[in-house]
Design a protein around this ligand. Structure first.
Ligand SMILES: [Zn+2]
Length: 102
């Protein structure tokens, strides 16, 4: 099965009333999810963990909470979301998390 093409998805999300940023993020998340769910189990990273983050991000888009940090409630920077559309936290909280868990 080949991954879905972005264009019809984008048209559908715009029709759903999502913002351009949410539209782009949602399309990227769905494509990533399609790739991951067809990936083999012989990868070094854990596809389940990333799939969970993707599902959570898709849920946040549907609930209108996308782009807001789970930890501090501040907006997650556009740069962070471009690099990782599934990121649940802002760069500040992500750095803190890395410090405490390392
Ligand atoms: Zn934060």
């Amino acid at each position: 099965m080949k991954p879905p093409s972005a264009r019809p998805l984008l048209m559908k999300f715009i029709a759903m009333g999502l913002t351009p940023a949410e539209t782009r993020a949602r399309a990227r998340l769905l494509m990533r999810r399609a790739v991951l769910s067809h990936a083999g189990r012989d990868r070094s990273e854990d596809p389940e963990a990333e799939l969970n983050r993707i599902e959570a991000a898709l849920r946040r888009i549907d609930e209108g909470r996308y782009g807001v940090c789970d930890e501090c409630g501040e907006p997650i920077g556009a740069q962070v979301l471009l690099a990782n559309p599934a990121s649940p936290v802002c760069s500040g909280c992500a750095a803190k998390e890395r410090h405490t868990s390392a």
